[in-house]
Write a new protein. Structure first.
Length: 379
């Protein structure tokens, strides 16, 4: 009996060991970090950025090693066809479960069918995830994916792959997850606000240029159509009507002289739609708290708060008007109107677009509570 038991135990242990025989070493697979999608000469062009994870591990362990990124490229008549053409040139199996970011070129955004192809494949293939960052650019895609991170950090810590680290410190352009992109892309009356990337030349290393990726604007899409992009200085009003805003600076000027810098936080807002003279109009309420890290003029608390209110209202209205110039509903007013006054929206909309003009924002009520002057006291 003892011999039989020993034989059974040995057989069972052997069966457990065989479970590892079909496994693959991670260094024998290609893990995609960033996916780029372009559209050139009626072809979908796919780029993949691969990061050497062994190099990251050695650097975090204190060992100096140059960080390398590898870029793969293929084209096809559709997104999936381009992917299979990429497989044909890949030296190892490509793994998609580690993708952190998708970057669309402006050309791809203007071709709505390309976006739908990407989303369709994303819905069907089990390795893809929806919690990946979604961005746009008009820079050459290969240059964007080849831009190294500063301070010898891996690209996985750059604004391309980890945008929330910068946004938490200075909330101007909110990062966008793919699942929210899909929702707003497909939902009636919604507006997609897609962060826009540029290669910033401002950084240097040992007096040599060290370009860096940065968010420099927002691209707007509505009803599965590309509307256009606005630069950072043109969309300063968006942050005041963004739920994710955590900490954002407000500069108060007198002509060209800076009077004060206020860091705003604890922001709350509401947008109330209504009908007036058979037209859609909106009342906006915004409240926030602020701290004062810089004061260059003899101003009391009330003066600073009033000046801040004026600047914020101007930014909200100026950004709205800039959006109208490219036929973009920058604050998603059409979607708010649709959810609250659906019967009126169905009567007023023209092919899914609510008619908006410069008078559609009727009232803006702003409250600023200056809670701290930093380590100094304010009157």
């Amino acid at each position: 009996m003892k011999l039989i038991r020993c034989m059974l135990v040995t057989a069972l242990l052997s069966m457990l060991l065989t479970g590892c025989w079909g496994s693959k070493e991670i260094e024998h697979m290609i893990y995609v970090n960033t996916l780029g999608v372009d559209y050139v000469d009626n072809k979908v062009v796919v780029y993949i950025q691969m990061v050497n994870f062994s190099g990251i591990a050695k650097k975090e362990a204190g060992q100096s090693q140059e960080q390398k990124t590898f870029i793969g490229k293929a084209e096809g008549d559709s997104f999936d066809a381009a992917i299979f053409n990429l497989y044909a040139t890949s030296p190892q199996r490509i793994i998609w479960s580690n993708v952190k970011t998708i970057v669309f070129s402006e050309a791809a955004l203007k071709k709505g069918s390309v976006i739908n192809q990407v989303l369709d494949v994303w819905d069907r293939y089990y390795e893809f995830r929806y919690t990946v960052w979604t961005m746009a650019t008009n820079e050459p895609m290969e240059d964007v994916l080849n831009t190294p991170s500063i301070a010898d950090l891996s690209v996985i810590y750059s604004q391309l792959n980890s945008p929330m680290r910068t946004y938490e410190q200075s909330s101007v352009i909110a990062p966008l997850y793919l699942y929210k992109f899909i929702w707003k892309w497909r939902e009636k009356a919604e507006t997609v606000r897609l962060p826009f990337l540029e290669i910033a030349p401002d950084w240097t290393s040992n007096k040599k240029p060290s370009p860096n990726i940065s968010m420099s604007g927002i691209c707007f899409l509505q009803n599965e159509q590309f509307r256009g992009c606005l630069k950072s200085k043109e969309i300063l009003g968006v942050r005041w009507l963004e739920k994710k805003t955590q900490r954002t600076p407000l500069i108060i000027k007198d002509d060209k002289k800076v009077l004060a810098v206020i860091v705003m936080n604890k922001l709350k807002f509401s947008i109330q739609p209504k009908m007036k003279h058979d037209k859609p109009v909106f009342d906006i309420k915004v409240s926030m708290q602020g701290t004062l890290p810089e004061l260059s003029a003899n101003l009391n608390r009330k003066d600073i708060e009033l000046k801040a209110i004026k600047v914020i209202e101007d930014q909200i209205r100026e950004t709205y008007l800039k959006g109208l110039e490219i036929n973009a509903d920058v604050y998603g007013l059409s979607g708010i109107f649709y959810r609250n006054l659906s019967k009126e929206w169905n009567k007023l909309n023209d092919k899914g677009i609510l008619p908006l003009d410069s008078s559609s924002i009727e009232k803006i009520d702003i409250k600023v509570n200056l809670t701290s002057g930093g380590i100094s006291k304010i009157e």
